[in-house]
Write a protein that binds this ligand. Sequence first.
Ligand code: NI
Length: 397
Amino acid sequence: MYPRSPLESIKKFHQELVAVRRDLHANPEIGFEEIRTSGIVAGALTALGVEVHRGIGKTGVVGVIKGQRTDSGKMIGLRADMDALPMSEDSVSDYCSRVPGMMHACGHDGHTTILLGTAKYLMQNRNFNGTAVLIFQPAEEGLGGAKAMVDDGLFDKFPCDAIYALHNWPGLPAGVVGINPGPMMAASDKFEITIQGRGGHGAHPYQTIDPIMVAATIVTTLQTIVSRNVHPLEAAVLSFGHINAGSPSAASVIPGQAKLVGTVRTFSDNVQQVVETRMRSLIASIAEGFGATAEFKYVRNYPATVNTALNAHFVADVATDLFGAEKVVRDMTPSMGSEDFSFMLKKVPGAYFRLGQGGAEDGRFLHNPRFDFNDDVIPVGSATFAALIERGMPLQP
Ligand code: NI
């Protein structure tokens, strides 16, 4: 077991952390608008005596904590995201969202609080040889706050040897740590297809180039990329989220144009490239075969979140020492969702792990209007982060 577990120390200020979490929950702010939130984070860190850097990635905050010794020259980063979602909360709790149309439905209020708990513990003990970099990131939800911080020189200013992040996970029992030594989350790409045909009378289709027929053929044919072009043991998802052509009040009009919008999810650069290349080829030839033209836009939003095996095993070993083997899942199934911590993992080796919430049974999963972070697991997250610093940069090697 862990010689001196940070868990017991952190539990002593659990209630203080719960109050912070509920205050953040009641006052959600969406991506790059985390003015109040980043102010609270910076204020809390300053009060603890942590060196604070603001304005990295707009509303991002970085706290730097030096260990009792720093001659190892090592630096380890811990990341928490701070943003809420543009959706309304369906809750009667006394700390439910006070901001109409905004809600902490992904538990980033919990992540921010967990990292503040780690900061407090590390400042009280400094049981490590090196520098801990606490990264409070804005705009994880679709706006790429992690990329904004990286582009602002995060790792030039703070050249971390390793980085870690966690995300709460309602599908895991409360307090369980889940990790995988490879992919954790998928790359998220968006595509748009605009088909140009020739409109005309629905009674005389032979005089038209029907873009709806082209669209329908594209929708069904593109699914063969997953089954025929991607290796059966690799993963890819291709989903259409929008299809538009013609007017519901014009039953006998064949429109001139059709538009399709969708998403592609993959775990490896190679599969991502195969899917995009095959889409481009099939869309062009299908359109040409019908005498139409198709414009294809493919945008790579978030890369896949892929753990470095060494760091993932380290997280699992640290969590096992802290909480016992029965509280650690070492082969967590990756999610086809996405996460912008991937931009940081592209620059620095590290690992992203899940922290069980134990609350998905009633459908209150992430992004659900009734989701609420489980305050009971705050010390588990804070202690895991703290132990990654202490064990990653030990005073006595
Ligand atoms: Ni999230």
